[in-house]
Design a protein around this ligand. Structure first.
Ligand code: BGC
Length: 571
């Protein structure tokens, strides 16, 4: 029986953290424990405090988009040297085309876009705690309101459909469904996503859904340490079972996880705010997280298949293309270590059957071996090689050398023992790998010329049977947050050039034999960029955060136009 969490007092065993937080007493070495009955509201009050609410707080029904808004900028940024110009100002290479059935779309994630954090029974997540209490976020910004997608989704889906977008990839907030992460189910949360999915279908946009995009229910972190405890595997599968039962084959694609490298890298969670619930040494915590994530993904995948759910299910992995900074053997080895500790960490178990040996050399001293049964469950639990592939970087050995680093657990690069940079050595001029994005996204450069090599590397290394999907790519326009005039914001030449060159690089790779099935641009609209807050913008649409109005940027027309030009069939 499902029960509503609204209004009812729920019985929960809470750990010492609640007692300590409410009493304000400094943490003792041995935690004092108690048993409390707490509601979702109590959890908010104890751990997060007051939140902002939006002035628009009912679902916005779409009104027709004024036709003037759909007029592309007079000159798109196509290079003039390509043959076969179809339209003045545009070039098209007639030997390129996207395969039949290729899909493209735009993406978002619950905490970054939804807002309405306390509405309809949603429990607090780790990111509510990060932004409000535990981490430094640019300008103290939070996801309390952000772009109010919780109420604006109908209009936003209408707006992307009007641009010819085929797929919308969004994530479900676990704590809207299970406000405590486990325990009672919140029907209001399910109803909300019922409508988001229905609206996509109504507009002919494929709903693609990520089950976990980092917003762990806070209660799960507090009560047992989140991804560092194996209890999470069953809690996650109980949650995903509810999603699969409700929407199974209605969703066009499921993604069990978004970027485990990133969220496992958050462990250990910031000291001083969260009560320590684990004895696992800091350096090991990300790898336990990854281990439990793989088990949870494998179980969810097998569960879905046992329920006759046939749509693709994948894990979104992430990382950029890796180039050796010099041709030395050490730098070549540094690149191999970087593949192993990034993509390989999850792609090897999913596509090859076990962790890469370079990673295992470190983790085998504490992680259990996967049993044969677990290995079989995990191998194949990602139908596509789904990759968030934004950029590229140079890799090199640490200053003390790889062996020197491996012999010293206090080295800041241990246990990975590779280093990276965006510039060539001074002896080669010290040049940057590609044009820089906004200074607040230092990791991101326009390095689109490396994409074909990247896709070949993925295909050759992990041989994904169903091919590759690029589940995120995108660019921050430098200093966009400083612009005050709407027309200045909407004309975004670096992002436009990035999308143009990126899609052309995809086309080249496809022509060279890479099986690329679809792609998703990040992001549907400007949103909360985690700890960078709203200081950087990834959106294809500008959002006026005061009025919540949306406007298409030039890059959105660029992208839509490219797909229109290169789609082989009339899909
Ligand atoms: C994440 C998004 C993020 C984007 C840009 C990806 O790593 O999945 O949530 O906003 O990159 O940083």
């Amino acid at each position: 029986m499902r029960s509503s969490v609204l209004g009812s007092r729920l019985l929960f065993i809470c750990d010492a953290a609640v007692a300590l937080a409410s009493s304000g007493i400094a943490t003792a070495s041995a935690p004092l424990t108690t048993t409390l009955n707490i509601t979702v509201e109590d959890l908010w009050n104890l751990y997060i405090g007051p939140v902002e609410t939006a002035s628009i707080n009912t679902t916005v029904e779409p009104t027709p988009i004024p036709s003037a808004e759909l007029i592309p900028p007079p000159q798109l940024y196509y290079p003039s040297y390509l043959s076969g110009a179809q339209i003045p100002g545009q070039g098209k290479n007639e030997s390129w085309s996207l395969p039949a059935g290729f899909w493209w779309g735009v993406s978002s994630a619950s905490y970054q876009v939804e807002g309405a954090v306390k509405v309809d029974g949603r429990g607090p997540s780790l990111w509510d705690a990060f932004t409000h209490r535990a981490m430094s976020v640019a300008d103290n910004q939070t996801g309390d309101v952000t772009i109010n997608e919780y109420y604006m989704y109908k209009q936003d889906i209408q707006r992307i459909a009007a641009m010819g977008v085929k797929a919308y990839s969004f994530s479900i907030a676990w704590s809207r469904i299970f406000p405590f992460g486990n325990g009672p189910i919140n029907e209001a949360g399910l109803k909300h996503y019922d409508d988001v999915i229905e609206t996509c279908l109504q507009y002919g946009v494929q709903p693609q859904v990520t089950m976990y995009h980092w917003d762990l229910p806070l209660y799960i972190q507090l009560s047992y340490g989140g991804w560092t405890n194996e209890k999470i595997v069953d809690d996650f599968v109980a949650y995903t079972r509810v999603l699969l039962e409700r929407w199974g084959n209605k969703v066009a694609q499921w993604y069990t996880f978004n970027e485990p490298i990133s969220f496992c890298g958050e462990y250990p969670v910031p000291d001083g705010y969260f009560t320590r619930t684990t004895d696992i040494p800091d350096v090991q915590q990300p790898f336990w997280c990854g281990h439990y994530m793989l088990l949870a993904a494998g179980k969810t995948y097998q569960l879905a298949r046992s329920m006759n759910i046939t749509v693709p299910i994948s894990i979104k992995n992430n990382g950029g293309y890796k180039l050796p900074r010099t041709s030395s053997d050490e730098d070549t080895e540094a690149v191999q270590r970087a593949w192993a500790f990034n993509e390989g960490w999850f792609a090897d178990p999913l596509f090859l059957g076990d962790y890469p040996s370079r990673l295992k050399n470190f983790t085998s001293s504490f992680l259990p071996e996967f049993t044969a049964e677990e290995r079989n469950m995990i191998k194949g639990a990602s139908d596509y090689f789904a990759h968030d592939a934004y950029t590229a970087a140079y890799y090199m050995a640490p200053d003390v050398g790889i062996e020197g680093c491996l012999a010293d657990a206090n080295n800041s690069l241990y246990p990975k023992c590779y280093n990276s940079t965006y510039t060539l050595p001074a002896s080669e001029g010290g040049w940057l790998i590609g044009p820089a994005s906004d200074p607040n996204t230092r990791w991101l450069h326009k390095a689109t010329e490396w994409l074909p090599a990247f896709l070949h590397y993925i295909q050759d290394t992990w041989t994904p049977a169903n091919g590759i999907v690029i589940t995120e790519f995108g660019m921050t326009e430098p200093f966009e947050a400083y612009k005050t005039k709407r027309e200045d914001i909407l004309t975004d030449p670096l992002r436009s050039a990035y999308y143009r060159d990126y899609v052309q690089a995809m086309l080249m790779a496809i022509q060279e034999g890479v099986t690329l099935v679809g792609c998703l641009a990040w992001s549907i609209a400007d949103n909360l960029e985690w700890t960078a807050g709203f200081t950087v913008k990834f959106g294809l649409q500008y959002v006026n955060l005061t009025t919540q109005e949306r406007y298409y940027k030039a890059s959105f027309f660029e992208l839509a136009n490219l797909f229109q030009a290169y789609m082989r069939d009339s899909e």
